[in-house]
Design a protein around this ligand. Sequence first.
Ligand code: SF4
Length: 93
Amino acid sequence: MQTGRRELKCTAGSNSIYIDAYGDVYPCLFYPLKLGNIKQDTLENIYKSPQAHLVREKIGKLECPQCWVECEVYREINKIEAVLGSFTSQRSS
Ligand code: SF4
């Protein structure tokens, strides 16, 4: 079902990153905006870079491919007890 709204925000680029086989760093597997390369810079510098701040801002505004992958979903569900409680009460009724 497509509602056009997202209940849980994606925190890719903040709580997780994707590093490809060449060391290129992306906020996630699907967002093609390179943040840096771990062979040329530290992960801390890449995380704190203006490019990374911009990407996190764009993800917060849903200016990304807006997928919904399991690795991001599980992380957010586990952080928000209200959602988890709602989910478990629906299953038991
Ligand atoms: S919603 Fe999907 S494409 Fe957008 S940042 Fe999160 S994992 Fe990447």
